[in-house]
Design a protein around this ligand. Structure first.
Ligand SMILES: Nc1ncnc2c1ncn2[C@@H]1O[C@H](COP(=O)(O)OP(=O)(O)OP(=O)(O)O)[C@@H](O)[C@H]1O
Length: 415
């Protein structure tokens, strides 16, 4: 039923054939629909062998040309290799030949996305705390570093660390569709349901960049052209002017996203598409609310720059002292969380060991009592001139029983 060759026709390259084999759909239990995107339904699924919650996105490929199908598959291959803690993990893909649907299986993000977060603060009539914004920006930049340079960002020892300029690589990934709805939020507790996303503690969430690159392969398809009805609030002026996407186009979009987190609306708004296009091309927009620092305002303005020569790259933005501070602060918070987890684990181990020690003492006391009774009984037998049974010489020999001594005894813990 599921056959990658059927989808690709004659266009399968040996390189693509080396990608992981499609999962057996019987491994997934399909759960409720959580939303609908431009390309089809998104459902929660349970990966039965691991009991892990995931999402399944569907893409109807029937109308696509072989070239478009091949491009879609090669993009999936790239995404399946793009592993980063701030990127939604792309687990695998699968086909349903009969209905010509491609299923993409990916990590489930339990705390909604940035659009939900912005909506939440708007409803509460509150600004998003600046610290949260810097934290989110630092996490997105770490993810973009992986995409734009194909490398992992090394952790900071101090905020003044010298960062090595990244090596230029061929296989860079450009997101192409950065917007609040594609920036997912995940809590450590992935059991949260979609209905509970209003209870999210936004100061604790992990940011995950999702919905990567598919815009490239789907960009030319009829389905994309007819179903992509979203307003291009986050599109850079060069892309609006039909110039090719570059990593700097992602930076423009990121600037618009950060602006929206501060102002609770996008930087460029208009009554119609043409007006919006003109506003974006002019690159003129307001300061973020006074509530926020000049530093945050400056970084937003540096990203939403119509001049590609002066717009900073991901690497340049990561040099910013406030981004470094935000990264270091995230590292320390994570370290503290790990320590707390470790402490909890130790407390559990201590409880188990204490129970083992109590059981051990109870058991040895019981055996000692039985031993004493047996010795007394034999003594009485001897004294009364009865035939003597075997006299126990060791407690273990007599009962032929060994009580395992716990490796760690609570009484010795402070020695
Ligand atoms: N990995 C995920 N974890 C949790 N929810 C997700 C995940 N991916 C998508 N969703 C949710 O599914 C819904 C549809 O998502 P999808 O990204 O397909 O569409 P969209 O972003 O609304 O539109 P578009 O297709 O134009 O990007 C959204 O509510 C989104 O929050």
């Amino acid at each position: 039923m599921y056959n990658r060759r059927d989808l690709l026709g004659d266009f399968v390259s040996p390189k693509q054939m080396r990608t992981p084999s499609p999962p057996s759909s019987s491994q997934y239990q399909v759960l409720e629909e959580i939303g609908r995107g431009s390309f089809g339904a998104v459902r929660k699924v349970l990966h039965v062998p691991t009991k892990k919650l995931m999402v399944r996105k569907e893409i109807k490929y029937g109308h696509m040309s072989s070239k478009e199908r091949q491009q879609l598959i090669s993009e999936c291959t790239i995404l399946s290799h793009l592993k980063h803690e701030n990127i939604v993990e792309f687990c695998n893909w699968d086909f349903e030949e009969q209905h010509e649907i491609l299923y993409l299986y990916m990590e489930f993000c339990s705390s909604g996305d940035l659009s939900h977060m912005i909506k939440h603060y708007k409803q509460e009539k509150k600004y998003i705390p600046e610290k949260i914004i810097w934290g989110i920006l630092a996490q997105i930049l770490s993810a973009l570093y992986k995409c734009h340079y194909g490398d992992e960002l090394s952790p900071l020892t101090t905020i003044y660390d010298r960062m090595k300029p990244p090596v230029k690589r061929k296989n860079i990934v450009i997101h192409r569709d950065l917007k609040p709805g594609n920036i997912f939020l995940s809590a450590d507790d992935s059991g949260t349901s979609a209905d509970e996303i209003h209870n999210v503690d936004y100061s604790q969430v992990v940011v995950k960049l999702g919905d990567f690159g598919l815009a490239k392969s789907l960009g030319n398809s009829i389905q994309f052209a007819t179903t992509y009805v979203g307003t291009p609030y986050y599109m850079s002026p060069e892309v609006l002017m039909d110039q090719p996407y570059s990593p700097l186009s992602d930076i423009w979009s990121l600037g618009c996203v950060v602006f929206e987190m501060c102002s609770l609306h996008p930087p460029f708004q208009a009554k119609n598409y043409l007006e919006l296009q003109n506003r974006i091309k002019s690159g003129k927009f307001d300061r973020i609310p006074e509530y926020y620092s000049n530093g945050l305002n400056a970084i937003v303005h540096s990203m939403i720059d119509t001049n590609l020569k002066t717009r900073p790259s991901t690497f340049e933005l990561l040099q910013d002292i406030q981004i470094r501070t935000a990264r270091k602060s995230l590292q320390l918070e994570r370290f503290e969380r790990n320590l707390l987890d470790y402490e909890k684990e130790l407390a559990n181990i201590e409880k188990i060991l204490e129970k083992q020690a109590t059981d051990y003492e109870r058991e040895t006391a019981h055996l000692r009592e039985q031993f004493v009774q047996a010795v007394e009984e034999r003594a009485r037998e001897v004294l009364s001139g009865k035939k003597i049974g075997k006299v126990p010489d060791t407690i273990y020999g007599y009962y032929d029983k060994r009580v395992p001594k716990p490796a760690y005894h609570w009484r010795t813990r402070y020695r």
